[in-house]
Design a protein around this ligand. Structure first.
Ligand code: SF4
Length: 368
């Protein structure tokens, strides 16, 4: 059996600006074109954010369910939506996946997949005790946070988790311990938490937060607890960071931004919010059918991106719909090329020589 280091070529965006493609010449500033347009002008150009759409963790999670279906046959049970996207979930349902929230709904002897968001220790232990065949599709970058929490807990740390209450990733990370993790959703929450001591406190974050909001909350934590231990590298993942950086560059150059993503998708919501904060009219749609013609009236240049769980087929359908409204060209931004790939779990993936590929804890520390 051979362990193989995952390919890691793309790096976290530096936060600097990414240029738009110059293939079709310089892009006039926002408002430059639209200022000349009449109010019923239809969209002329679509600018595609780069990177957008599927990340390595989502790719892997979907592949785990598909391979489990191929190897063991339907049904395969999946705890929670494998990733937060309606199209993906419906597609897997059609192939024989059954999505459940409670382990009581999984019959004895069944094959169970944990979603990309991760699960608590209690869920892991209960699933094992019930004897299910388990495949863990938790994104390795979420697992990395779990590993860090377990390690620091042994050293006596309490934790401040920056995240959204009720999100499955937050429940999974907080559920790595029985107690000692305090959730903060915003700066105001920082003043409310009551850790039992302040000498050994560490910050962890949900991987799909707004980079800017998380930095603001982290600063408030640091101000109240100066000795707090911050992660060596942010827990916010490369995919979240890169998609937000691309929106920062794209937003000022378009009249409207469309984000393809489901309402439950944290990173998709953050993309829409970010564009709105930057002063760009922005909408999030689950698919092309949700686009409203009135949004595009008087808009010349349309920006388009997709959350990390939204498949490219939905982006293509949105492009076709905007083209039908009048857009004549599609231009792809220059941007970071993401080539990260995560190996599949033992039992579902073999390399060309028949060796199982796995990610070790030490490799996880090098993944962002
Ligand atoms: S968004 Fe980030 S943490 Fe979530 S699955 Fe993708 S790579 Fe992993």
């Amino acid at each position: 059996m051979t362990n193989k280091t995952p390919t890691l070529v793309a790096s976290r965006a530096s936060g600097g600006t990414l240029p738009l493609s110059h293939e079709e010449g310089a892009v006039p500033p926002k408002g430059g074109l639209s200022a000349e347009l009449s109010s019923n002008q239809s969209p002329q150009e679509i600018l595609l954010a780069e990177p957008r759409g599927f990340c390595a963790g989502v790719d892997r999670a979907i592949e785990i369910v598909e391979r489990a279906l191929a190897k063991f046959g339907a049904p395969i049970y999946v705890r929670h939506e494998i990733v937060h996207n309606t199209y993906v979930v419906n597609d897997l349902k059609a192939k024989g996946a059954i999505f459940i929230e409670e382990l009581d709904d999984v019959p004895p002897g069944a094959t169970l997949v944990f979603s990309a968001h991760g699960v608590s220790k209690a869920v892991q232990n209960e699933a094992r005790a019930r004897g299910f065949q388990i495949f863990d599709a938790t994104c390795p970058l979420v697992t990395k946070v779990h590993v860090e929490v377990a390690k620091l807990n042994k050293e006596g740390y309490e934790f401040i988790m920056i995240g959204h209450k009720g999100h499955p990733e937050v429940e999974g990370t907080m559920g790595q311990l029985d107690s000692g993790i305090h959730l903060v959703e915003d700066v105001a929450d920082v003043a409310r938490i009551t850790p039992s001591q302040t000498e050994r406190l560490a910050v962890v974050t949900q991987t799909t937060l707004s980079v800017d909001d998380a930095a603001e909350i982290s600063a408030a934590v640091k101000a109240r607890f100066p000795k707090v231990r911050e992660p060596k590298q942010q827990d916010i993942c490369y995919a979240t960071q890169n998609r937000q950086d691309a929106v920062k560059v794209l937003s000022p150059q378009v009249d409207i931004l469309i984000v393809v993503g489901s309402p439950t998708s944290s990173n998709s919501n953050r993309l829409r919010e970010l564009a709105a904060k930057l002063g760009t009219e922005a909408y999030m749609v689950d698919d092309a059918s949700e686009l409203q013609e009135s949004w595009f009236e008087g808009k010349s240049r349309v920006g388009l991106t997709a959350g990390a769980s939204a498949p490219e087929i939905l982006v293509k359908q949105v492009i076709d719909r905007i083209k039908a409204l009048g857009a004549v060209s599609v231009r792809k931004m220059d941007g970071i090329e993401e080539t990260i790939k995560f190996p599949l779990p033992k039992g579902l993936k073999v390399d060309a020589q028949g060796h199982t590929l796995e990610v070790s804890d030490s490799q996880l520390h090098h993944l962002i």
